[in-house]
Design a protein around this ligand. Structure first.
Ligand SMILES: Cc1cc2nc3c(=O)[nH]c(=O)nc-3n(C[C@H](O)[C@H](O)[C@H](O)COP(=O)(O)O)c2cc1C
Ligand code: SF4
Length: 393
């Protein structure tokens, strides 16, 4: 007998935690962490998201170490961040939402912050305009242990969940990629070797998170790069992670901040806005080469559904559908398709109260037009450019 389609707006279990509904605010790096700790604005951002009705809000991006931060204004999971993290968790809880944090190491993307980035192999980073340092066995051991310490700090701060970033060309995703990972040791070559870093990280995070916290991973289905990590291998890696028993859910994504950023967003490339938000030297490069680096792809609602259905067919583990969830119909379709949760990014930046509106029956769309100009706001505090300042999160 097939299970009845769940009501996305009714309470649901995610591993060891209960959510009031199945809608998760996706990671949208907030950039309100100038001194790499939580600011009052960041607390307010997540309070607003929680008040808008999501089951769980996700703080992003949290670097597990200073060298793993993609920009100088990113939160780093050190002891001094814990009191602010606790305030943020309390604020979300007071509004009835659970709270998760996305943790990761930006790998070659981190090099854009003026740091000598580490990567699985000494690849050239177009963001840093230099070659990366190949991670040594000692680097890999240290970074893995940083993931565990980060998860432990989130647990101490009262977070309900942690999301491990295995996608978007960040370090774990670079290890998975046959194009970026050219190693011949136990961390490279076969898919089992390329997946080792992700699996080790998931294992230590699970241990550090303990039995009371949910552990999710955000995994690429496809880098959108010729010779990169693709759907067939992604399904295999998802199966490995499932058999390890380290995760409560996988959120499915695609694209690469390092190699093909717009593939993950679809819609327009905000080249002028990105250039205006960058230091002069980098801005010139963006103006000259932006159209190549930010190659565009047409947007459509639920644009990752087709690929995600193939993962769904291969796995029993709960899955989170992401990518262009923009109206109630997309959410209901995801439930019918067998996805346990959905995650929304831009739709909630555009309209933080959208989940409450849909729960009351609204079938309107979020009003996000996929201009992607919010991408350029991450340095001043992430926001939708169509929302007036006084109405923003
Ligand atoms: C401004 C902005 C910042 C983002 N930052 C992150 C991030 O820190 N980590 C991440 O995994 N994804 C990030 N994303 C991608 C979203 O999580 C999501 O994968 C993407 O926007 C597609 O979902 P959507 O169509 O619901 O917006 C960001 C998206 C936006 C618009
Ligand atoms: S700036 Fe606003 S309308 Fe444009 S993509 Fe971002 S959330 Fe949507």
């Amino acid at each position: 007998m097939t299970a009845p389609t769940p009501d996305a707006f009714a309470p649901a279990r995610l591993g060891p935690i209960d959510l009031r509904n199945r809608i998760i605010k996706a990671a949208t790096f907030e950039g309100m962490t100038g001194d790499q700790t939580v600011s009052d604005r960041l607390v307010q951002f997540h309070r607003t998201m929680a008040r808008g009705g999501v089951g769980m809000t996700t703080l992003a991006f949290c670097a597990v170490s200073p060298e793993g931060a993609a920009t100088p204004n990113e939160l780093v999971l050190r002891d001094e961040a814990v009191p602010g993290l606790r305030r943020l968790a309390d604020a979300a809880h007071a509004e009835g939402a659970a709270v998760s944090a996305q943790i990761g190491h930006a790998g070659a993307v981190a090099a854009s912050a003026g740091i000598r980035g580490v990567a699985p192999s000494p690849v050239f980073s177009p963001l840093a305009m230099k070659r990366m340092k190949q991670a040594t066995a000692e680097d890999i051991r240290r970074i893995t242990s940083d993931f565990a310490s980060g998860a432990k700090r989130l647990r101490d701060a009262g977070f309900d969940a942690v999301e491990i970033h295995l996608g978007h060309g960040y370090l774990a995703s670079e290890f998975l990629s046959p194009k970026l990972n050219r190693r011949r040791d136990e961390w490279g070559g076969s898919l089992a070797n390329r997946a080792r870093f992700s699996r080790e990280v998931a294992k230590v995070v699970r241990e550090a998170a303990g039995s009371g916290m949910a552990v999710l991973a955000k995994l690429n289905m496809d880098d959108g790069v010729r010779g990169g990590f693709g759907l067939e291998e992604s399904i295999e890696v998802a199966r490995m992670l499932e058999s390890d028993g380290t995760l409560d859910a996988i959120e499915l994504t695609c694209g690469s901040s390092l190699q093909n950023p717009m593939y993950l967003f679809r819609g327009d490339a905000p080249i002028q806005e990105m250039a205006a938000s960058m230091p002069k030297a980098v801005a010139l490069g963006m103006k000259l080469f932006g159209r190549f680096f930010l190659k565009t792809y047409p947007y459509e609602d639920g644009y990752l559904r087709k690929q995600a259905l193939q993962v769904r067919a291969a796995l029993d583990l709960p899955l989170v559908l992401l990518g262009g969830i923009n109206r109630r119909e997309n959410i209901e379709e995801a439930m019918t398709d067998g996805f346990e949760f959905v995650a929304m990014g831009r739709g909630l930046l555009r309209n933080p109260g959208f989940v409450n509106e849909m729960a009351k029956g609204s079938t309107a769309d979020s009003l996000c037009d996929h201009c992607n100009k919010c991408m350029a706001t991450i340095y001043q505090g992430t926001h939708c450019v169509l929302v007036d300042e006084d109405l923003r999160a």
